[in-house]
Design a protein around this ligand. Structure first.
Ligand code: PEP
Ligand code: MN
Length: 363
């Protein structure tokens, strides 16, 4: 552990910001001076953590639970940085919080999921950031709305912030799932596609809400080429003042990071590229065939449409549809296709068929 000159951390922060994978860890909440310091020291001792996180102000769903230690926790973070050499990051949700954080030399700020949903709050944070040179991470909004996430990025970018990163922390979903926040990976992937070159890290802690599946989610994120992870850690997870079920000790974090298989996005080997190219051509070929076949299926649907039109029969015949699905589930099972996929696929094909038939029947 090296002690650092806290007045001159800019270069260090830059090197961390550009490091892949970027690993952020620390408690959900700063609770006491001793807890922050000990967590930071044990995290630094792993040699695997780049930034120390802690929540200072906690946006809680219901009043009455621990709402964060507030500004008095900021000097603790500053001390932890001095003692360990780890740059620090905290969540900010108001203009005043941005000011306080910057006053105490917080190196990276993040905007939480409950803030990203609210354009007024994001704008207030963005206004406080005008003229400031600090990296900002933006979590996805709690609801699965990509436009809100993009809007938050735009507001912060318009304030002049050059270094913006994204945190995928999952989305509130109706009904019970095994997750606290459903990952909805496709949304994160679409966000990456729309912001090429922007760092995106994954937050397994808030996706899982529990320790036992953290590793699976972290591995999946790495397999999907995320740029890093933010994982909550605590010296005594079971007795944490917030998010106790999902926190792990710094030592467990270290084990987890060693167990993860860190895949490369690309390989330099020619042989690998040739093999991959061959398989990709196969995929392209199969996709072309699938489209041809689906096109043919639509032609048949149109013929049925003509027939129904001439005989005055409705398009949708529920029994027939159930029959198709049942048949597909059975077949899909043998082919290793999930029920979820079969349902989605047939829903899409069915809708397209109905549209084709509609055109015929109303022509
Ligand atoms: C947090 O990181 O502690 C937090 C409050 O997360 P989120 O904004 O994702 O709920
Ligand atoms: Mn938390």
């Amino acid at each position: 552990m090296q002690a650092i000159d806290t007045n001159n951390t800019k270069e260090l922060v830059q090197s961390k910001w550009n490091k892949r994978p970027l690993i952020i860890s620390g408690p959900c909440s700063a609770e006491t001076e001793a807890q922050v310091l000990e967590t930071a020291q044990r995290l630094a001792a792993t040699g695997k953590v780049d930034l120390l996180r802690a929540g200072i102000w906690k946006p809680r769903t219901r009043p009455g639970s621990f709402e964060g230690i507030g500004t008095k926790g900021l000097p603790w973070m500053q001390q932890a940085k001095k003692a360990t050499g780890l740059p620090i990051t905290i969540e900010v949700a108001t203009g005043k919080q941005v000011e306080d954080a910057l006053h105490f030399d917080v190196d990276v700020l993040w905007i939480g999921a409950r803030t990203t949903v609210n354009p007024f709050s994001v704008q207030e944070v963005a206004d406080a950031l005008r003229g400031v040179d600090v990296p900002v991470l933006i979590k996805n909004p709690i609801n699965p709305d990509l436009e809100l996430w993009i809007g938050a990025v735009e507001r912060v970018a318009k304030a002049g912030i050059k270094q913006i990163g994204l945190i995928h922390r999952g989305f509130s979903a109706y009904g019970n799932t095994e997750y606290r926040n459903a990952p909805m990976w496709h949304l994160a992937i679409e966000m990456k596609r729309r912001n090429p070159g922007m760092m995106m890290i994954n937050d397994p802690s808030h996706i899982c809400g529990r320790r036992d599946i953290l590793m699976d989610v972290a591995q999946k994120a790495i397999d999907l080429d995320f740029d890093g992870l933010i994982i909550e850690s605590h010296i005594d997870p079971d007795n944490a003042w917030s998010d106790a079920k999902q926190q792990i000790t710094p030592e467990r974090l270290s084990e987890m990071l060693s167990e993860i298989v860190w895949r490369k996005e690309d390989s330099n080997s020619e042989e690998f590229h040739l093999a991959l190219e061959k398989l990709r051509q196969q995929i392209n070929h199969l996709d072309d065939e699938l489209m041809q076949i689906i096109g043919q299926r639509m032609k048949v649907a149109e013929k049925i449409g003509e027939y129904k039109k001439n005989n005055d029969i409705t398009i949708l015949q529920t029994n027939r549809w159930n029959e198709i699905l049942e048949r597909a589930f059975k077949k899909g099972d043998k082919l290793g296709l999930s029920k979820e996929f079969i349902t989605k696929y047939f829903d899409a094909v069915h809708m397209e068929s109905i549209n084709h038939q509609n055109k015929i029947m109303n022509s």
